[in-house]
Design a protein around this ligand. Sequence first.
Ligand code: THU
Length: 130
Amino acid sequence: MSLKDAATAVRERAYAPYSRFKVGAALRSTAGNLHLGCNVENVAYPEGTCAEAGAIAAMIAAGDTRIAEIAVIADSPEPVPPCGGCRQKIAEFADPDVRVTLYTTDGKEFVTTVRDMLPGVFTAAHMDRA
Ligand code: THU
């Protein structure tokens, strides 16, 4: 199954009664496995989690550690970019040149990379003197 199809399917399972904005994320790990996530909101709004965070949690829980490629889809006028927190989360598990493809449910797509999404990323190297 393509990452786009997988993200499209898992998006349907999103729990988004507050924003009504369903998001699906699918990633392929460097081990070749598919891991999926959708946004899961909460009545205490800040406690919700993004689709990308869900896919990363599924990857780690399954025993994989690195992202080879990731796709995100939402029903938005333009492809929705991951939030700032998710960019940092993706950067933790993906090399800078990893492809990130953002889709709309009506067929638009935008291809970017981890590097381009988060210039100036904070890395472990910044803590070398700690
Ligand atoms: N959301 C995601 O899951 N991923 C994104 O890339 C953008 C935003 C979710 C969080 C929240 O449940 C809803 O979309 C509205 O912000």
